[in-house]
Design a binder for this molecule. Structure first.
Ligand SMILES: Nc1ncnc2c1ncn2[C@@H]1O[C@H](COP(=O)(O)OP(=O)(O)OP(=O)(O)O)[C@@H](O)[C@H]1O
Ligand SMILES: [Mg+2]
Length: 445
């Protein structure tokens, strides 16, 4: 932050006046460097810096909402970069469905932005991300082989445990469910597709001795359903690229320092894992189970000594795309996970229809430009906004934000003095520290 009133700067100006240019301030002396104790996210029109607190008693739920192209992902990226750099929280990008974070591994290359960051006493730094692609037969293998390394899949047993939702079976309607249920525990132990088929054969051998056609067709149907699961390439039984664990090795000795699931291993290595979901969201029930699996795993891993006392924040773009079981798990996080030190930053275009527990438990909402009356009313009702604030939302420029909180912001005035602030505040999002590709580049990809 720059400061206009520093005695040092003033006295140097005076000396320059009297003794000439050599006494002018050098480039890096022109500003007093003020240490920022919080997470900077925005600037007000009168040059104040708006920050989120670094520490919370219970980790926060932060909602970013706005219309198309208003700057939601930009702000999510801004918060992520700073949270990762200035705090020791573990960060997970849970739902990058547009492959946007593939650019965040780079720094800014344009000088204006770099200079602007320097003025804020910050620097452009690439975000260290590892990208994980959920396994699926639609994954664009060639692209992925060229640029990325890891494919994640869910265990077959997870699909078996949640077969009712996954296959959309209704026990009272779908008889096949009972035959499936009888063999469920055996399926979970199967090591290959052949074994799964053998189990189905065995299961029906005991009931189909009467040569009943119904059993034959049921058996056929169950085999087909299972074949489809494997064909879709969603599960670890057949997906040889799946990553069940990652080892961190000492660079010089080659000794294994840490071994765990990919997300935990990334955290330990100081890397931000990103789950790239563009290939799975078309299969809604699989996507929901995939998110469920990842979130369930994080919940369990939180008991490990290396994570128990560490805050873990999920960064979730387009959170409304997480439905069903995945959404139920998110509810658990916002209602029971925050004192365990789970926090989240989520984006949506449709605040009105988002998970109601998330809305009830929110600590911050960042509102970007939008024109939908339904959305504005929903936000206004939840936050008790005044008419002029509702109007402001419609006239915000791209990347301008109305920040609302039940907790507090920290604001640094132009002299670098911080003070808490609880009222709605209008600001412009800061740049992310790493490169954010403009939409025209994204389209070319
Ligand atoms: N590198 C950049 N340089 C300049 N402008 C950019 C850059 N990257 C993004 N933008 C602009 O910032 C705005 C916000 O983009 P962002 O992707 O955050 O919007 P969004 O609200 O997430 O949109 P969507 O609803 O499509 O997800 C866009 O208008 C975009 O043109
Ligand atoms: Mg976006």
């Amino acid at each position: 932050m720059d400061s206009n009133v520093s005695p040092n700067i003033e006295s140097r100006r005076m000396m320059a006046k009297v003794f000439g240019k050599t006494h002018l301030l050098q480039k890096d002396e022109r500003f007093d460097k003020i240490p920022i104790e919080h997470i900077p996210i925005g600037e007000t029109s009168d040059g104040k810096l708006v920050c989120l607190p670094k520490e919370f008693r219970d980790e926060p739920v932060i909602i970013i909402c706005g219309g198309r192209g208003s700057g939601k992902t930009w702000l999510l990226h801004t918060i992520l970069d700073r949270t990762n750099k200035y705090t020791d929280k573990n960060c997970l990008i849970l739902n990058d469905y547009m492959n946007e974070s593939t650019w965040w591994n780079w720094g800014w290359d344009d000088e204006t932005r770099k200079r602007r960051l320097i003025k804020l006493n910050e620097e452009s730094v690439p975000l260290p991300i590892m990208h994980f692609f959920p396994s699926s037969n639609s994954l664009k293998k060639e692209v992925f082989r060229r640029r990325y390394r890891y494919v994640l899949s869910i265990p077959f047993s997870t699909i078996i445990d949640h077969a009712e939702e996954y296959f959309n079976w209704k026990p009272e309607r779908d008889k096949i469910y009972y035959y499936f249920k009888n063999a469920a525990e055996k399926f979970k132990l199967a090591k290959s597709e052949e074994e799964v088929n053998e189990i189905i054969e065995e299961e029906f051998a005991s009931v189909s001795t009467k040569g009943n056609e119904m059993f034959a067709s049921m058996k056929f149907k169950l085999k087909n359903i299972m074949a489809e699961v494997f064909r879709a390439n969603y599960t670890t039984l057949t997906c040889h690229e799946s990553v069940e664990s990652i080892e961190l090795k000492d660079k010089t000795t080659g000794e294994i320092m840490y071994k765990n699931d990919p997300i935990s291993a990334c955290y330990m290595a100081g890397i931000v894992p990103a789950i790239m979901t563009s290939d799975i969201l078309t299969h809604e029930r699989y996507a929901s189970l995939f998110f469920y699996y990842i979130l369930q795993q994080r919940w369990e891993k939180k008991e490990l000594p290396e994570f128990r006392n560490k805050a873990e924040w999920f960064f979730i773009d387009e959170v409304n795309k997480i439905t069903g079981k995945g959404n139920e798990k998110l509810t658990e996080y916002v209602t029971r996970g925050r004192h365990k030190r789970f926090g989240m930053v989520v984006c949506t275009q449709n605040y009105s229809t988002m998970n109601k527990f998330m809305k009830q438990n929110k600590d911050y909402t960042f509102v970007l430009r939008q024109n939908s009356d339904v959305e504005i009313k929903a936000i206004s009702n939840d936050w008790g906004l005044k008419k002029f604030e509702e109007d402001t939302i419609q006239t915000l420029k791209t990347q301008e934000v109305l920040g609302l909180t039940t907790q507090k912001f920290f604001i640094y005035d132009r002299n670098g003095v911080p003070y808490p602030h609880t009222e709605p505040i209008k600001m412009k999002s800061l740049f992310p520290l790493s490169y954010h590709a403009p939409p025209n580049i994204m389209k070319k990809e």
